[in-house]
Design a protein around this ligand. Sequence first.
Ligand SMILES: Cc1ncc(COP(=O)(O)O)c(C=O)c1O
Length: 447
Amino acid sequence: MQVASVSEQMIQREQRLIADAMRMRYYPLVVASASGCTVTDVDGRQYLDLTAGWCVANTGYGHPAIQQAIADSYRRLSFWSAVSNPHPSFLDLAERLVQLVPGDAPRKVSFANSGSEANDGVAKLVPLARKRPRMISFIGAMHGMVVGSAGLSGMPFLTRFGGSGGVTRVPYPNPYRPFFSSDPEQDAAECLRFLEEQVLCGVSPPEQTAAVIVEPLQSDSGVVVPPDSFLPALQRLCRKYDLLLVDDEVKIGGGRTGRMLGAELTGVQPDVVVVGKWLGAGLPIAAIIGPAEVLDVVPLGHAFTLSGNPTCCAAALANLDVIEREGLAARAVELGERMMNRLREMQARHEWIGDVRGKGLFVGVELVRDRHTKEPASLETAKLCYRAFELGLVLNYLGVRANVLEITPPLVISAAEIDRALEILEQALADVERGLVPDDRIGRIGW
Ligand SMILES: Cc1ncc(COP(=O)(O)O)c(C=O)c1O
């Protein structure tokens, strides 16, 4: 009789114990440890990681300087609730975050434990502060899983929870699948014309609309990179109608795009910025950075016992130091170029690769069955990630059509690791093309 591996045994335990509400699984990986860009499973197998744990481990897993900062902080002050009293790293981090945001306008900080909670604060505080009940967001957006932040989002797995009262969603320009015009610039302009002429003149008039919330690059909808003209034009529209521009940097910030914040790529100066995921290098911390008029509107209006706790603040401070000291944003530009060049070479050899796009080390590969019709290759994408796992590569997919590989490695990845990862990826693709992955390996496709 064949003995189940430790991974198989743990997966059986998981089926028994863990709620489906908190998980989705692409392959049977049970993680024991990780270091740099390498993950080790409970059976001792090693994998290269192209996910950074959904854009959290920008500085790699277990960076020694961050480990040290966390241990020192916990030894000094294991906990104090910043809801009742401040502590030094809470103030130091707030100071750093305020400095990160482009522009001279004075800003304050409200901490949370997750991007979902921080964007929930946006959903609560921004309309109250502006005395305008409506918000505008984008189709395909992911802003969180708490009812208010899910309600700001524009993906079906989030909009089913009914927190969307007052939120109007408008089209986000997608150069690979343009809706209004085959010219991407024109398409982006038409998306904004729709916002101005249909939404602001119709369902969400400016005097009732508090803000527009946007991801500078959309992630969960399928790594969508709008033309560079889009965000500045959106900012002009916001200024014209006196709407605040809220920039969700929860996923793409932290140096990933080649800048600390994705908005810097196009020189936009958002009124409110939301950061999370990557901020704590694996510890739960997020923040809203915005004007006092917004963040002071309701005393105790968005306070959580654990938010801004000493350990998470120390981790975030050390993490920001590493991103800056090791020049990880510049590294993302250089390595992202290498990655995308290789992927485009691969595109010439594999018909299923319909599009390769990205900024820095925020890279998407869209798989289609037919380059002309762009029929999504969703099952093939799921199989590709599964096969990559079998070959020693951790890789996720996402997108409204569940057919986009999200390639977001830790920013400390080396050129040699990128080359190795792409070799495995191409091998996995060739294996799926040859029908090596049976359909029954794949559970539910997408989200
Ligand atoms: C752009 C964006 N905002 C907010 C969130 C929510 O963050 P969290 O899962 O940490 O609550 C996500 C999560 O994927 C995201 O991608």
